[in-house]
Design a protein around this ligand. Structure first.
Ligand code: ADP
Ligand code: MG
Length: 253
Protein backbone atom coordinates (compact mmCIF):
# COMPACT_ATOMS: atom_id res chain seq x y z
CA UNK A 1 0.00 0.00 0.00
CA UNK A 2 1.32 3.46 -0.87
CA UNK A 3 1.01 6.75 1.02
CA UNK A 4 0.76 9.42 -1.66
CA UNK A 5 1.10 13.11 -0.82
CA UNK A 6 0.47 15.27 -3.86
CA UNK A 7 0.99 19.00 -4.33
CA UNK A 8 0.08 20.10 -0.81
CA UNK A 9 -0.20 23.84 -0.29
CA UNK A 10 -0.96 25.47 3.05
CA UNK A 11 -0.74 29.11 4.10
CA UNK A 12 -0.81 30.53 7.61
CA UNK A 13 -2.24 33.99 7.13
CA UNK A 14 -0.31 35.29 4.14
CA UNK A 15 2.65 32.98 4.70
CA UNK A 16 3.05 29.88 2.55
CA UNK A 17 4.22 27.20 4.98
CA UNK A 18 3.77 24.46 2.33
CA UNK A 19 4.20 25.23 -1.34
CA UNK A 20 3.41 22.22 -3.51
CA UNK A 21 4.83 19.33 -1.46
CA UNK A 22 4.73 15.89 -3.10
CA UNK A 23 6.24 12.57 -2.08
CA UNK A 24 5.19 8.97 -1.70
CA UNK A 25 6.26 5.95 0.32
CA UNK A 26 5.34 2.33 0.88
CA UNK A 27 3.21 2.17 4.04
CA UNK A 28 5.55 -0.54 5.36
CA UNK A 29 8.66 1.54 4.59
CA UNK A 30 10.87 3.91 6.54
CA UNK A 31 11.13 7.49 5.27
CA UNK A 32 12.76 10.45 6.99
CA UNK A 33 11.91 14.13 6.55
CA UNK A 34 14.55 16.69 7.44
CA UNK A 35 14.85 20.42 6.98
CA UNK A 36 15.72 23.56 8.92
CA UNK A 37 13.39 25.05 11.51
CA UNK A 38 10.36 26.59 9.87
CA UNK A 39 10.72 24.43 6.71
CA UNK A 40 7.12 23.26 7.16
CA UNK A 41 7.74 19.73 8.47
CA UNK A 42 5.27 19.84 11.36
CA UNK A 43 2.67 21.57 9.19
CA UNK A 44 3.09 18.79 6.63
CA UNK A 45 2.53 16.19 9.36
CA UNK A 46 -0.62 17.94 10.51
CA UNK A 47 -1.96 17.95 6.96
CA UNK A 48 -1.04 14.30 6.31
CA UNK A 49 -2.54 13.16 9.62
CA UNK A 50 -5.69 15.24 9.14
CA UNK A 51 -5.28 17.66 12.07
CA UNK A 52 -5.37 20.61 9.69
CA UNK A 53 -6.82 20.94 6.20
CA UNK A 54 -4.63 21.81 3.21
CA UNK A 55 -5.49 24.72 0.91
CA UNK A 56 -4.82 22.44 -2.05
CA UNK A 57 -3.45 19.01 -2.84
CA UNK A 58 -4.31 15.50 -1.75
CA UNK A 59 -3.30 12.72 0.64
CA UNK A 60 -4.20 9.08 0.04
CA UNK A 61 -3.29 5.68 1.44
CA UNK A 62 -3.64 2.63 -0.77
CA UNK A 63 -5.76 4.64 -3.19
CA UNK A 64 -8.24 5.75 -0.50
CA UNK A 65 -8.55 9.55 -0.48
CA UNK A 66 -7.93 10.96 3.01
CA UNK A 67 -8.76 14.56 2.26
CA UNK A 68 -12.23 14.57 3.79
CA UNK A 69 -11.25 12.36 6.72
CA UNK A 70 -10.33 13.63 10.18
CA UNK A 71 -7.50 12.21 12.35
CA UNK A 72 -9.69 9.51 13.93
CA UNK A 73 -10.85 8.17 10.56
CA UNK A 74 -7.28 8.20 9.25
CA UNK A 75 -6.19 6.30 12.38
CA UNK A 76 -8.88 3.70 11.72
CA UNK A 77 -7.55 3.44 8.17
CA UNK A 78 -4.15 2.55 9.63
CA UNK A 79 -2.21 5.80 10.02
CA UNK A 80 -1.45 7.54 13.34
CA UNK A 81 0.88 10.34 14.39
CA UNK A 82 2.80 11.46 17.45
CA UNK A 83 3.47 15.07 18.38
CA UNK A 84 6.74 17.00 18.65
CA UNK A 85 5.69 17.95 22.18
CA UNK A 86 4.40 14.74 23.78
CA UNK A 87 0.69 14.92 24.55
CA UNK A 88 0.54 12.29 27.24
CA UNK A 89 -1.81 12.78 30.16
CA UNK A 90 0.74 13.62 32.83
CA UNK A 91 -1.45 12.69 35.78
CA UNK A 92 -2.22 9.22 34.36
CA UNK A 93 0.22 6.34 34.72
CA UNK A 94 2.08 4.94 31.71
CA UNK A 95 -0.31 1.97 31.59
CA UNK A 96 -3.38 4.23 31.82
CA UNK A 97 -1.98 6.43 29.04
CA UNK A 98 -1.67 3.44 26.73
CA UNK A 99 -5.07 2.04 27.69
CA UNK A 100 -6.69 5.41 27.02
CA UNK A 101 -5.22 5.36 23.50
CA UNK A 102 -6.94 2.10 22.53
CA UNK A 103 -9.56 2.79 19.87
CA UNK A 104 -13.25 1.85 19.80
CA UNK A 105 -13.99 1.24 23.45
CA UNK A 106 -17.66 0.47 24.10
CA UNK A 107 -17.22 1.62 27.70
CA UNK A 108 -16.82 5.16 26.44
CA UNK A 109 -19.70 7.04 27.99
CA UNK A 110 -21.95 5.95 30.82
CA UNK A 111 -24.60 4.49 28.53
CA UNK A 112 -22.22 1.83 27.23
CA UNK A 113 -21.21 1.00 30.78
CA UNK A 114 -24.81 0.45 31.94
CA UNK A 115 -26.00 -1.36 28.82
CA UNK A 116 -23.05 -3.71 28.34
CA UNK A 117 -21.12 -4.08 31.60
CA UNK A 118 -19.87 -7.61 30.75
CA UNK A 119 -18.61 -6.63 27.35
CA UNK A 120 -16.97 -3.51 28.73
CA UNK A 121 -15.16 -5.58 31.37
CA UNK A 122 -13.89 -8.13 28.80
CA UNK A 123 -12.75 -5.31 26.55
CA UNK A 124 -10.89 -3.64 29.41
CA UNK A 125 -9.07 -6.88 30.23
CA UNK A 126 -8.01 -7.23 26.58
CA UNK A 127 -6.90 -3.60 26.35
CA UNK A 128 -4.92 -3.92 29.58
CA UNK A 129 -3.15 -7.03 28.25
CA UNK A 130 -2.36 -5.21 25.00
CA UNK A 131 -1.05 -2.18 26.93
CA UNK A 132 1.18 -4.39 29.10
CA UNK A 133 2.57 -6.23 26.05
CA UNK A 134 3.37 -2.87 24.44
CA UNK A 135 4.95 -1.61 27.70
CA UNK A 136 7.15 -4.72 27.82
CA UNK A 137 8.15 -4.29 24.18
CA UNK A 138 9.15 -0.66 24.83
CA UNK A 139 10.94 -1.71 28.05
CA UNK A 140 8.77 0.62 30.12
CA UNK A 141 7.72 -2.05 32.64
CA UNK A 142 9.66 -0.45 35.54
CA UNK A 143 7.59 2.75 35.12
CA UNK A 144 4.24 1.18 34.14
CA UNK A 145 2.59 2.55 37.30
CA UNK A 146 4.41 5.90 37.28
CA UNK A 147 2.49 9.05 36.32
CA UNK A 148 3.68 10.00 32.81
CA UNK A 149 4.41 13.56 33.95
CA UNK A 150 7.31 12.26 36.05
CA UNK A 151 9.13 10.51 33.18
CA UNK A 152 12.24 11.72 31.37
CA UNK A 153 11.94 13.27 27.90
CA UNK A 154 12.99 10.03 26.24
CA UNK A 155 10.58 7.92 28.25
CA UNK A 156 7.76 10.30 27.28
CA UNK A 157 8.68 9.75 23.62
CA UNK A 158 8.39 6.00 24.21
CA UNK A 159 4.95 6.51 25.81
CA UNK A 160 3.93 8.51 22.70
CA UNK A 161 5.11 5.62 20.52
CA UNK A 162 3.25 3.19 22.77
CA UNK A 163 0.04 5.22 22.49
CA UNK A 164 0.41 5.17 18.70
CA UNK A 165 0.97 1.39 18.73
CA UNK A 166 -2.26 0.83 20.68
CA UNK A 167 -4.16 1.82 17.51
CA UNK A 168 -2.50 -1.13 15.71
CA UNK A 169 -1.45 1.08 12.81
CA UNK A 170 0.23 0.05 9.58
CA UNK A 171 2.00 3.43 9.37
CA UNK A 172 3.18 5.73 12.18
CA UNK A 173 4.15 9.38 11.74
CA UNK A 174 6.78 10.42 14.32
CA UNK A 175 7.47 14.13 14.88
CA UNK A 176 11.02 14.52 16.26
CA UNK A 177 11.21 11.28 18.27
CA UNK A 178 14.80 12.05 19.31
CA UNK A 179 14.39 15.71 20.36
CA UNK A 180 15.42 16.27 23.96
CA UNK A 181 16.37 12.61 24.37
CA UNK A 182 19.74 11.44 25.72
CA UNK A 183 22.01 9.48 23.31
CA UNK A 184 21.53 6.14 25.08
CA UNK A 185 17.76 6.36 24.84
CA UNK A 186 17.99 7.66 21.23
CA UNK A 187 19.77 4.44 20.27
CA UNK A 188 17.15 2.42 22.14
CA UNK A 189 14.19 4.21 20.51
CA UNK A 190 15.81 3.81 17.06
CA UNK A 191 16.34 0.11 17.72
CA UNK A 192 12.68 -0.38 18.74
CA UNK A 193 11.56 1.47 15.60
CA UNK A 194 13.76 -0.81 13.47
CA UNK A 195 12.26 -3.91 15.12
CA UNK A 196 8.71 -2.65 14.54
CA UNK A 197 9.59 -1.88 10.93
CA UNK A 198 10.95 -5.40 10.45
CA UNK A 199 7.53 -6.59 11.67
CA UNK A 200 5.88 -4.62 8.87
CA UNK A 201 4.94 -1.29 10.51
CA UNK A 202 5.96 1.69 8.40
CA UNK A 203 7.38 4.95 9.76
CA UNK A 204 7.47 8.48 8.43
CA UNK A 205 9.91 10.30 10.71
CA UNK A 206 10.54 14.03 11.01
CA UNK A 207 13.81 14.63 12.78
CA UNK A 208 16.30 17.34 13.48
CA UNK A 209 19.03 14.94 14.62
CA UNK A 210 20.55 14.16 11.22
CA UNK A 211 22.99 11.53 12.47
CA UNK A 212 20.40 9.43 14.26
CA UNK A 213 17.90 9.72 11.40
CA UNK A 214 20.46 8.91 8.70
CA UNK A 215 21.36 5.71 10.53
CA UNK A 216 17.69 4.70 10.84
CA UNK A 217 16.13 5.38 7.42
CA UNK A 218 17.20 4.32 3.90
CA UNK A 219 15.57 7.36 2.26
CA UNK A 220 15.26 11.05 3.12
CA UNK A 221 13.07 13.87 1.88
CA UNK A 222 14.69 17.26 2.50
CA UNK A 223 12.38 20.23 2.95
CA UNK A 224 13.19 23.92 2.86
CA UNK A 225 10.81 26.87 2.89
CA UNK A 226 7.73 24.79 2.26
CA UNK A 227 9.15 22.80 -0.65
CA UNK A 228 10.88 19.49 -1.27
CA UNK A 229 14.49 20.33 -1.98
CA UNK A 230 15.90 16.84 -2.51
CA UNK A 231 15.08 13.19 -2.04
CA UNK A 232 17.19 10.05 -1.88
CA UNK A 233 19.57 7.97 0.22
CA UNK A 234 20.95 9.90 3.24
CA UNK A 235 24.57 9.81 2.02
CA UNK A 236 23.47 11.08 -1.39
CA UNK A 237 21.18 13.95 -0.30
CA UNK A 238 23.54 15.15 2.40
CA UNK A 239 26.19 15.70 -0.28
CA UNK A 240 23.76 17.71 -2.42
CA UNK A 241 25.08 21.31 -2.52
CA UNK A 242 21.55 22.79 -2.34
CA UNK A 243 20.84 20.72 0.76
CA UNK A 244 24.09 21.73 2.43
CA UNK A 245 23.36 25.35 1.66
CA UNK A 246 19.81 25.26 3.03
CA UNK A 247 20.11 22.85 5.88
CA UNK A 248 23.68 23.18 7.03
CA UNK A 249 24.20 26.80 6.00
CA UNK A 250 26.82 25.69 3.51
CA UNK A 251 29.28 24.33 6.08
CA UNK A 252 30.84 20.90 5.70
CA UNK A 253 28.87 18.17 7.42
P1 ADP B 1 9.09 22.93 11.06
O1 ADP B 1 8.33 21.85 11.75
O2 ADP B 1 9.80 22.47 9.82
O3 ADP B 1 10.02 23.66 11.97
P2 ADP B 1 6.53 24.28 10.93
O4 ADP B 1 5.64 23.49 10.06
O5 ADP B 1 6.34 24.17 12.39
O6 ADP B 1 8.05 24.02 10.52
O7 ADP B 1 6.38 25.81 10.55
C1 ADP B 1 6.45 26.28 9.20
C2 ADP B 1 6.10 27.76 9.20
O8 ADP B 1 4.71 27.92 9.46
C3 ADP B 1 6.84 28.58 10.25
O9 ADP B 1 7.16 29.83 9.69
C4 ADP B 1 5.84 28.71 11.35
O10 ADP B 1 6.04 29.90 12.07
C5 ADP B 1 4.51 28.73 10.61
N1 ADP B 1 3.43 28.13 11.39
C6 ADP B 1 3.38 26.85 11.84
N2 ADP B 1 2.24 26.60 12.50
C7 ADP B 1 1.53 27.77 12.48
C8 ADP B 1 0.25 28.17 13.01
N3 ADP B 1 -0.53 27.33 13.68
N4 ADP B 1 -0.13 29.45 12.78
C9 ADP B 1 0.64 30.31 12.11
N5 ADP B 1 1.85 30.00 11.60
C10 ADP B 1 2.29 28.75 11.77
MG1 MG C 1 8.44 20.95 13.68
Amino acid sequence: MTLTVRDITKSWGGFRALDGVSFSMESSGLLGIIGPNGAGKSTLFSVVSGFIGADAGSVSLGGAAFDRMGPAARARAGMVRTFQVPREFHHLTVRENLMAAAPGQSGEGLVGLFLRPGRVRAEEVAIRAEADATIDFLRLAPVADTPAGRLSGGQKKLVELGRALMAKPRLILLDEPFAGVNPVLIAEIAERIAVLNARGIGFLVIEHDLDALSRLVPRLVVMDRGRVLAEGAPTQVLLDPAVREAYLGGVAA
